[in-house]
Design a protein around this ligand. Sequence first.
Ligand code: GDP
Length: 420
Amino acid sequence: HVSQAHLNIVIVGHVDHGKSTLVGRLYADTGSLPDGKLEKVQAICRQQGKEFEYAFLFDAFLEEQEQGITIDTARTFFSWKNRQYIIIDAPGHKEFLKNMVSGAARAEAALLLIDAHEGVKEQSKKHGYLLSLLGVKQVAVVVNKMDLADYSQDTFARIEQEYSEFLAQLRVKPQRFIPVSAKLGDNIAQPSAHMPWYSGPTVLQTLESFTKETAREQQPLRFPVQDVYKFDARRILAGRIASGVLKVGDRLLFSPSNKSAVVRTVEAFNVDPVPTEARAGQSTGITLDEQIFVERGEMASHQETVPQVSTLIRCNLFWMGRRPLEIGRKYLLRLATREVDCEVATIHRIIDTQDLDAKQIHTSVGRNEVAELTIRTKSPIAFDRYSDSDVTGRFVLVDQYDVSGGGIITEGLQDDQTQL
Ligand code: GDP
């Protein structure tokens, strides 16, 4: 399957530290450029009397994308050794965060760019924070413009030490630091002759070493019940398999009710032979061997791999509501097929998505802000951490009929307070 060979990556860094140049380099040096593209961009530069920049290749790519020329490969950026790299390019932090929490895009790996000449900047710190908010686990730090720092090992080592100390506070642990010159091509696709002191992998080798997240089918079974139909004496539980595989004969546990039964049949209309299983992504209906009372909103799993169940969750939430999110106000939380009343118990931290600045006062969350929250639901919900499942680890908040926030669950908490 093609999508297995895709890796979604995000590249972040202070403006001018060389993001576009790095991407342009990867684009060119992996041979992913359409024929004649490089020459064409170079010719345009000559005509306009400006120096050729690898960054222009990225700009040209984005332009083409806008014009819809490369429509079928719309998001694929470059290919290398049977894998397509998709660069999640959001115009700003706001769009990026929104895409991530809403499930529109998910970065499986990140490159953090730092200009060797300029060193670790405030922005570099904010970007580290951004990645920690989203729980991106595969991270490499690319120390760029080493050519402007005399390819100095000391400069590189200093940046590595300073930045890894900072990232450690955020619990972001980069797999490695790579000294490069995106402009000259050192350690991008080719090892550098200028830095014999560095024997680690190039940027491209690092990307290759990043693993694809476990395919949904291979993850534990999550079957959120969407509807319960009664036919004759039978009850059919219908829904879409979020992850894993469900088979006839499997014993299922329903959360949060904790009821259990065995799958008797997998139903299908006009399918011959009658299926005995249903997989992630498929909509299906099943019957059980016992008449247990199960409602919409329950989540079926196998007994050995159950989701978490709690009334208290810690999450990162992107707020886009017309009015601010406030402690004590009632919202509707929607996670998979479950809908439940909830309220915000604590606002731990608020970040402005424009500049990733933390706000000092935490009484309400405004439009386009991201917040770390603890939310309490009126009755227990079944869920997973977002880092374990992007389907059942994500939810939306509804405020007066409007979907007003998207969140990712970082932790399930023990609730020792009385409920709402
Ligand atoms: P972005 O804003 O992060 O996308 O940065 P750009 O890729 O547009 O690069 C900003 C400037 O830095 C451009 O003038 C590039 O030519 C320059 N630049 C990028 N990488 C390098 C490098 O490795 N060495 C040197 N000397 N200049 C670089």
